[in-house]
Design a binder for this molecule. Structure first.
Ligand code: 13P
Ligand code: SF4
Length: 365
């Protein structure tokens, strides 16, 4: 067994010794051979070497919608991270297979909330506040967390639809538990007119509220965050504005609230792309999100002065797990009739997670 996995590892490492041009040609050929039986999707944070093969590209919401609508492809090659592939598996039919070219492509934020912690949190919060709490999970969460949320009458959100869905949820329930990203939760709640005093913070590692939250608390935020978006600071915005007084700054809502407040705009990856597309020629725009996406925008819009908000920030190492060699390996596995890295959520988890995802899709239109 150990020998087999070692042999497989060595065999996989050969993919790093092969000419990229050969891998590109092979991937194109396999795609052509499979036709509509194989659908390759890529998140906006994927590297150009992967995005070049995408049949569809999108933010988390669009990728979820695409998965829900695609009934043709038997194989969906998902170039993104694990929670996105799980979501696609939940939303596609049983005869469809979702493959993630590298199972190590996770999301550090999604890993900041597990079912054990959530069960304890739920117990504590319902004891403190009573049962009228709706759980809301950011799509950047495991299928197990989505299942808990679905089972407790809650809903999934993405960075695109969070304002609309949280506004709806605030009308349905006395209080919300928003997990795992405290920043998206805080930015959304404040955008909707709630005050800081109406926000509580759940310290997941310590299994307690940050302070005894006052009775007026409406949204309890889980204390998760994205390590990529933590790299953006107000001081970077201040320095850029001093150098370029005409600069506009747009950031992702996973950034801390003070960064969002100092920016001109904030939005999902799709909203960032739309903003840049709509900007007049010559506009100077600094973007605070993953650098693979910003680098692509710089190349795509040479008539606009697109800049990195933080040129030294590290792009998402987990998204970057999917590269040309991993994609070539996954495609070779498919061509050889082998499964590769199939992402399969168990039936019970998928059943409840789908409830929370279906609520999101209904509320997103
Ligand atoms: P979007 O839904 O805005 O594409 O964000 C996904 C993500 O993981 C951002 O870090
Ligand atoms: Fe997760 Fe952050 Fe990477 Fe998005 S950028 S996949 S939230 S670690």
């Amino acid at each position: 067994m150990i020998l087999t996995s070692l042999q497989e590892k060595i065999a996989f490492n050969d993919y790093y010794n092969e000419a990229p041009t050969d891998q590109i040609a092979r991937i194109k050929q396999i795609k052509a051979d499979f036709g509509t039986d194989l659908f390759l999707v890529a998140h906006h944070y994927q590297k150009d070497e992967v995005v070049q093969f995408a049949d569809a590209q999108g933010d988390s919401l669009k990728l979820a919608q695409i998965a829900a609508e695609n009934h043709d492809a038997r194989k969906i090659v998902f170039c993104g991270v694990h929670f996105m592939a799980e979501t696609a598996d939940i939303l596609t039919g049983p005869e469809q297979q979702v493959l993630l070219p590298d199972p190590m492509a996770g999301c550090s934020m999604a890993d900041m909330a597990n079912s054990y912690q959530l069960a304890h949190c739920w117990q504590a919060l319902t004891t403190e506040y009573g049962p009228e709490i709706m759980p809301i999970t950011y799509v950047n969460s495991t299928a197990a967390i989505k299942a808990f949320v679905g089972q407790h009458g809650g809903v999934v959100v993405t960075s695109s639809n969070a304002p609309r869905i949280v506004a709806w949820a605030l009308q349905q329930a006395k209080r919300l538990l928003f997990l795992p990203d405290q920043h998206l939760g805080r930015n959304t709640a404040l955008q909707l007119g709630l005050s800081e005093r109406e926000l509580g913070l759940w310290l997941a590692q310590e299994n307690r509220l940050a302070a005894v939250a006052p009775a007026q608390v409406r949204v309890i935020l889980w204390d998760g965050y994205c390590s990529v978006h933590q790299q953006f600071k107000v001081s970077q915005i201040t320095a850029l504005r001093a150098q370029y007084p005409d600069v506009k700054v747009i950031v992702h809502p996973e950034c801390a609230h003070e960064v969002v407040a100092a920016a001109d705009e904030f939005g999902s990856t799709a909203a960032i792309i739309k903003y840049i597309q709509a900007a007049p020629k010559g506009s100077r725009i600094a973007v605070g999100t993953d650098n693979n996406l910003v680098g692509r925008l710089i190349k795509q819009y040479p008539d606009k002065k697109i800049m990195f908000l933080n040129p030294f920030s590290c792009s998402c190492i987990l998204m970057n797990r999917i590269d040309l060699p991993h994609l070539a390996w996954a495609m070779d596995q498919i061509a050889a009739g082998k499964d590769g890295n199939v992402i399969k959520v168990d039936t019970q988890t998928a059943f409840w997670a789908k409830k929370a995802l279906a609520r999101m899709l209904t509320l997103s239109v």
